[in-house]
Design a protein. Structure first.
Length: 322
């Protein structure tokens, strides 16, 4: 693998002890391991019954377009509004956090229906949720999909007053290629080369939950999905691979990340998350990693319960101070 100048040390430097600790955890007997930014295990004690947050009711708005009339393809969003007067800290009375949700599918298929149960969990915890479609490769190549997310954020901001959203507390949630896109939005959607022409301050995310993330596209062989997404092989369009890799777009302190990944994932190997966590922490960020032992790529999403519960708890700590 050929790394851009100055980037490879960031992903690997100073990790021997952390790697040994991780290996020990992977060989352990429980079904999951939850690691903080130091790769130290986080206790999995369940909350007391009287301390568990009360589930809020919510209402679903009809699916509606979030893209401008002149966009290359009309794209819809599904919005859930929690029935809460406020879900914030003092000084944010009446305002709620929001979550942008992006489905997986190799940048080529699937739909927001995949993320609907997670959207409902978030809405029941007080988040306004925006669950979106995006354009598919190979008809639309990168960065078209990132532009779609930037438009979705602009649309969310435009509706923030009506939906009582605190635009400083918008988070991103995605799995697989959706995790890739929300992570790239969080790291490079607001400033830098990927911010033009549709990014800016409105594209900032306060925190991210990313499952099964392809964090460094140089790690893949030149298979069909990535080649069709980026328009060529690693040798043909290396600049596209670098721009489209969240692990190579960490500039300055990143927002907090919660990662989850199956330890038997062969489609997106585990080192995409372990290396990404290390790079985020090295850059001054907070990053937790929830390891799902004995699960491959798709099973880690289908049996995501504990990981999503822990991820939503993480988001609440970031944006609600819980």
């Amino acid at each position: 693998m050929r790394w851009p100048k100055g980037r490879s040390p960031r992903l690997r430097r100073g990790l021997p002890l952390a790697a040994l600790a991780l290996a020990a955890l992977l060989l352990g007997g429980c079904g999951a391991a939850h690691l903080d930014s130091r790769l130290a295990p986080i206790a999995a004690d369940p909350p007391a019954a009287d301390a568990a947050p009360a589930a809020l009711s919510f209402r679903a708005l009809p699916a509606m377009p979030y893209t401008p009339d002149d966009w290359p393809q009309a794209l819809n969003a599904r919005v859930l509004l929690p029935d809460s007067a406020a879900s914030g800290t003092e000084g944010d009375a009446g305002l709620r956090p929001a979550a942008l949700l992006v489905h997986g599918g190799g940048w080529q298929n699937r739909s927001p229906r995949d993320m609907a149960p997670i959207a409902e969990q978030l809405a029941s915890r007080g988040f306004v949720t925006v669950n979106i479609e995006h354009r598919f490769a190979p008809a639309h190549r990168f960065p078209a999909q990132l532009h779609d997310l930037q438009q979705a954020m602009a649309w969310l901001h435009a509706n923030a007053e009506a939906w009582r959203v605190d635009t400083e507390r918008v988070v991103g949630v995605g799995f697989s290629s959706g995790a890739h896109l929300v992570s790239l939005l969080a790291l490079a959607g607001a400033e830098g080369p990927l911010a033009e022409p549709h990014g800016g301050d409105h594209a900032r995310l306060a925190a991210v939950v990313a499952g099964g993330i392809p964090s460094d596209l140089f790690k893949f062989p030149d298979g069909r999905l990535v080649v069709e997404f980026l328009g060529g092989t690693r040798a043909e369009v290396p600049e596209q691979y670098a721009l489209a890799s969240p692990a190579r777009q960490i500039n300055g302190a990143p927002p907090p990340f919660f990662l989850f990944h199956g330890t038997w994932d062969r489609l997106v190997p585990l080192d995409h998350s372990t290396d990404f966590q290390a790079a985020l922490v090295e850059s001054g960020g907070e990053a937790e990693l929830y390891l799902q032992r004995g699960r491959g790529h798709f099973l880690s999403f289908l049996t995501r319960g504990g990981a999503i519960d822990a991820g939503i708890d993480f988001l609440e700590r970031q944006v609600k101070g819980n």
